[in-house]
Design a protein around this ligand. Structure first.
Ligand SMILES: NC(=O)c1ccc[n+]([C@@H]2O[C@H](COP(=O)([O-])OP(=O)(O)OC[C@H]3O[C@@H](n4cnc5c(N)ncnc54)[C@H](O)[C@@H]3O)[C@@H](O)[C@H]2O)c1
Length: 268
């Protein structure tokens, strides 16, 4: 029996990276998965199916409430219920504050923070109704924050604000939804080696992602899992997915309204 046997999970931003790793892991643990992404989710759908579970891809921009509501409707139509929401979709538009445009601020806040709120608002009405009629009802929200939100990060005023906002949103959602037995937690990831971080390394002026990783500070090594120093072993999406799995599963029933830093000690 898997950790999520019989569950249905919506995972935003699941077309690649951490979201895709989470979708595949959830499927291996027995969950059917709704892959909600602006990008094509076929690859992830195939991975979920290969793990023996059902998958539904819904093209959805999380910053647009109408698209989110339609995505949730499609999920409930297909699977009759949703047990887990993983708010993972995110983008970067890094620039030092005085070069950052107002549009770049708005875009990052709209996708990374308002996107989480839109998705919560999308699933919550069905959950509240279900909780009223079924006393055994339980649901879990796991949102993906970042150490940029909990500690700040040079060049990321927009992203830091959005990711810090997720922490406050999570705590308030946990309070508002506790009576419906809905949990809300978030995970503040450190460095995970994905397309997103590779693209960022190039945007800070490195010739290669590897050179970019070297440019980061030695003082932030922690357990040596942030992959920015030569010969370190960078954390992989599957390792982030395992933390998300824990927070989405019954094993974390004593944890609510929390932000768990998953950095192997980086920036602790
Ligand atoms: N990689 C890291 O080191 C790291 C660290 C901390 C936090 N995070 C967070 O983890 C999450 C996943 O990051 P990743 O590294 O896998 O990134 P990624 O760029 O590889 O994947 C992000 C996914 O989100 C999707 N997406 C973007 N905008 C969207 C929108 N408006 N609506 C729906 N989907 C959208 C993309 O199409 C993509 O599939 C993000 O929230 C990111 O901020 C990543």
């Amino acid at each position: 029996m898997g950790m999520l046997t019989g569950k249905v999970a919506i995972i935003t931003g699941a077309a690649r990276g951490i979201g895709q790793a989470t979708a595949e892991l959830f499927a291996k643990e027995g969950a059917d998965v709704v892959v909600a992404d602006v990008a094509d989710g076929t690859e992830t759908v195939n991975k979920v199916k290969a793990a023996g579970r059902k998958a539904l891809y819904v093209k959805c921009d999380v910053s647009k409430p109408d698209e989110v509501n339609k995505m949730v409707e499609a999920a409930i139509k297909e699977f009759k219920k949703v047990d887990i929401l993983v708010n993972n979709a995110g983008i970067l538009r890094d620039k030092i504050m005085w070069n950052m445009t107002s549009d770049e601020w708005d875009l990052v806040l709209n996708v990374n923070l308002k996107g989480c709120w839109n998705c919560m608002r999308g699933v919550v009405p069905a959950w509240r109704a279900k909780a009223k009629e079924d006393k055994t009802f339980k649901a879990k929200i796991v949102s993906v924050s970042s150490t940029s939100g909990t500690h700040g990060n040079f060049g990321q005023t927009n992203y830091s604000a959005a990711k810090a906002g997720i922490v406050g949103l999570t705590k308030t959602a946990a309070k508002e939804l506790a009576a419906s037995n809905v949990y809300a937690n978030c995970v503040a990831l450190g460095f995970i080696e994905t397309d997103m971080t590779r693209e960022t390394m190039l945007s800070i002026g490195a010739k290669t992602p590897e050179q970019g990783f070297q440019m980061q500070k030695q003082a932030e090594i922690g357990m040596g899992r942030n992959g920015i120093i030569a010969n370190q072993y960078p954390a992989k999406p599957i390792e982030a997915a395992k933390v998300i799995l824990f927070l989405a599963s019954d094993d974390s029933d004593l944890i609510n309204g929390q932000c768990i830093e998953a950095t192997a000690g980086w920036k602790m």
